[in-house]
Design a protein around this ligand. Structure first.
Ligand code: SAH
Length: 216
């Protein structure tokens, strides 16, 4: 796979998987056209880096489908002053896209192996506005709160109250939530006041589960 071939695949992904399906936010499209997804997938899957689906990254986890990454990040309505929290760093790809459309990114991963790899990779690539935390994101990360945007890339039974509490007034949260035994919905919350949240259903999705506690 040459660098040139990967570059062509990346721009085709933006055109066919994102623009064709209605992703419009220019900052998100630009980030997806710039960040090299191939660096975040296992070497053996290099030639599949721009496939229209999730890929396995080890320890039962996946790097999300490009369209889903773009859809979720677009829904967060971020700008370069935004303070963002991501639950589920995984490969670090989502954090890299967030870092291009927001001001400051905090990302939490419960599997130590993935947190360490993502942290090293993001530093090597020069992303200097991302803080990778090795821990359980169900409690959020109070130290850097409140957040303009919170994104969870693992599916929970409900939206954890700690995450709702760490949203700014006017802030947005996007997270997959269980809906029946085999289905999940992507939910967007907008915090209107201390206790009022509006909820928007962004459609069906398939994510790995949000688990409590940590592992190596
Ligand atoms: N955003 C990632 C997607 C990773 S898949 C990427 O771009 O690659 C979801 C990740 O969420 C997995 O790595 C999983 O270990 C992690 N996860 C699940 N429950 C978690 C929790 N409670 N706290 C932090 N991370 C969690």
């Amino acid at each position: 796979m040459t660098a040139q071939a990967l570059l062509i695949q990346r721009s085709e992904m933006v055109l066919r998987q994102l623009k064709a399906r209605g992703i419009k936010e220019q900052t998100v499209l630009k980030a997806m056209a710039t960040v090299p997804r191939e660096v975040f997938v296992p070497e053996a899957l290099l030639s599949r880096a721009y496939e229209d689906g999730p890929l396995r990254i080890g320890k039962g986890q996946t790097i999300s489908q490009p369209y889903v990454v773009a859809l979720m990040i677009q829904a967060l309505e971020l700008d370069l002053r935004s303070n963002v929290l991501e639950i589920g760093t995984g490969s670090g790809y989502g954090a890299a896209i967030l870092s291009r459309v927001a001001g400051q990114v905090t990302t939490i991963e419960r599997i130590g192996h993935h947190a360490a790899r993502a942290s090293t990779r993001l530093k090597e690539l020069g992303f200097d506005n991302i803080e990778v935390i090795d821990g359980d994101g169900i409690q959020g990360f109070e130290k850097n709160a409140p957040y303009d945007g919170i994104i969870a890339t693992a599916c929970g039974g409900e939206i954890p109250s700690a995450l709702k509490n760490q949203m700014k007034n006017g802030g947005r949260l996007v997270m997959p939530v269980v809906d029946g035994s085999y289905s999940q919905r992507l939910i967007k919350l907008i915090r209107r006041s201390e206790s009022k949240f509006d909820e928007i259903d962004l459609g069906p999705v398939a994510f790995v589960p949000l688990l409590s506690g940590i592992e190596s």
